[in-house]
Design a protein around this ligand. Structure first.
Ligand code: GLN
Length: 490
């Protein structure tokens, strides 16, 4: 039953075919069945049931799609009175005294927070293997990764526990796991959704995003979350957009592009599905052009992302020292307290990133590393701007493969060969520019989902939704839920 979309649940509620308590009971039962995924940090079953009982007594507002809809929030959204760990040991016992704007909007609309989901520690990671609570498993195949860092939210939506879940996206953390898990993951234009109360990673790239199982639901959620917020200095004036109302499949006036060189790097079993879609689009009268994008800039995506995001993280997380913030580990001087707290409080991935980030901003390296990375970022954004001057939509592969096996992910040290293959770094483009970007399912390969990523210029969020709706209709994969126990049981 909770495999229903937001739109379907809302319809069932207003036609009195279901009550909030029934919705929650079903979500709770599903959550119990999917404990094996290890996707949660905190489960709020009693609280969700109590709120549902209250909502049972209220008339269902016909214009509020989010009324009584259960959801999960990534555990880097501050929830007042509810533990918010960011999946890090240093925040293990942190109970915020304030609420993030986004969870507050959802509270005001009577959505039901069913719990907090696991992430790669502090948002740093792309595998779902670096949470304090352990590995998050992909519901399509329990031996595979979900991708990260919004791993728990992706797993719970893909498993059908909730119809939507909140994530954050600094480099691809919503859109990469969405592809691996066969769902829709959206990162809107930078500034459209408030980040107040969201634990920062790299503020010039951080964006709130979320997962749903359909493009319609994705548009619905932005209608609520896309509000200006004076508590976030980067928040933008909303233009009173009604994304869901204006949702209609893109017409052939829209010009599509894809990156020719990246396309040619895809392995054949993946590439064939993109070729098929491009042919289908062309057959329906759309222009789909394979364009050249400077390969040097594509190869620079990962290094630029790493230098900028790690450097920003060093300063965003400097207050996590056991004195200002975070679990304190004693020592005989304040420096020792900081050193001990940080040594015990962070995992190895995070520590490695702080070392690289500090190196990049240190006085002697700043010009060569940090400032250079920012300059290259500008070049990448300029090249992307040229693309959007000519084309409405840029299509990218969400990843170069299906979700990798957990065992195959070693403690990765980048090799030259990996730097040559930039396909898995392409989603970073949208963080560098701040443009809207949505991943949706494209096909199944070996019974595992793969995703396509749809981009448009900054503020053209509606265009992204409309092009995605067109593609969703062409592909015919919508509201899909992973079979319980994984693909081989389906
Ligand atoms: N996977 C990327 C990383 O490892 C992106 C993380 C993110 O978007 N939070 O940092």
């Amino acid at each position: 039953m909770t495999a229903y979309s937001i739109k379907e649940l809302h319809h069932l509620l207003i036609t009195k075919k279901i009550t909030p308590s029934q919705i929650v009971a079903d979500a709770v039962a599903n959550l119990a069945k999917h404990q094996v995924l290890n996707a949660t940090v905190t489960e709020l079953v009693a609280e969700a049931k109590a709120l549902a009982l209250k909502l049972d007594q209220m008339p269902v507002p016909s214009d509020n799609y989010l009324f009584a809809i259960p959801y999960f929030a990534k555990d880097n959204f501050a929830t007042k009175g509810i533990k918010t760990t960011a999946s890090s040991k240093i925040l293990e016992n942190f109970v915020p005294s304030y609420e993030s704007t986004v969870t507050n909007i959802l509270k005001e609309n009577n959505s039901i927070l069913l719990g907090k989901s696991a992430l790669d520690e502090l948002g740093m990671g792309g595998h779902g293997l670096y949470a304090l609570t352990g590995d998050v498993l992909n519901p399509w195949d329990l031996t595979c990764i979900t991708g990260g860092s919004s791993s728990g939210s992706a797993a719970l939506v893909a498993a059908g526990v909730v119809p939507f879940a909140l994530g954050t996206d600094t480099g691809d953390s919503v859109r990469k796991p969405a592809g691996y898990c066969g769902i829709v993951g959206f990162k809107p234009t930078y500034g459209l959704i408030s980040r107040y109360g969201v634990f920062p990673y790299a503020p010039s790239l951080d964006t709130v995003g979320y997962f749903t199982r359909s493009v319609e639901d994705s548009a619905i959620v932005l209608d609520y979350l896309g509000q200006e917020d004076h508590q976030d200095a980067t928040s933008l004036k909303s233009k009173e957009q009604e994304y869901f109302k204006n949702l209609t499949p893109a017409t052939s006036k829209q010009k599509f592009a894809y990156l020719k060189n990246a396309h040619l790097l895809l392995p054949p079993e993946i590439k064939t599905h993109f070729d098929k879609l491009y042919r289908q689009l062309a057959n329906q009268g759309f222009t789909v052009t394979g364009i050249d994008f400077p390969v040097d800039l594509l190869k620079a995506l990962l290094p630029v992302y790493m230098v900028i995001s790690f450097a920003e993280a060093v300063s965003s997380h400097s207050m996590l020292d056991g004195i200002n913030f975070g679990t304190r580990v004693d020592g005989d001087s304040y420096e020792k307290v900081m050193i001990n707290s940080r040594t015990e409080g962070f995992g190895h991935v995070v520590k490695r990133r702080y070392v690289i980030g500090s190196y990049a901003v240190s006085k002697e390296n700043q010009t060569l590393l940090f400032l250079k990375a920012k300059r290259v970022r500008r070049l990448i954004v300029a090249a992307l701007r040229t693309v959007f001057q000519e084309y409405d939509i840029l299509l990218l592969p969400a990843a170069s493969s299906i979700a990798p096996k957990i065992n195959s992910i070693k403690d990765q040290i980048l090799t030259e060969a990996e730097l040559e293959n930039y396909v898995d770094d392409l989603l970073v483009l949208a963080n560098l520019m701040g443009n809207p970007s949505l991943t949706l399912p494209l096909a199944f390969v070996d019974k595992m989902p793969i995703g396509i990523n749809v981009n448009a210029a900054p503020f053209a969020d509606q265009k992204v939704f409309n092009a995605s709706l067109l593609i969703e209709k062409m592909i015919g994969i919508k509201n899909t839920v992973a079979p319980e126990g994984g693909k081989n049981n389906g």
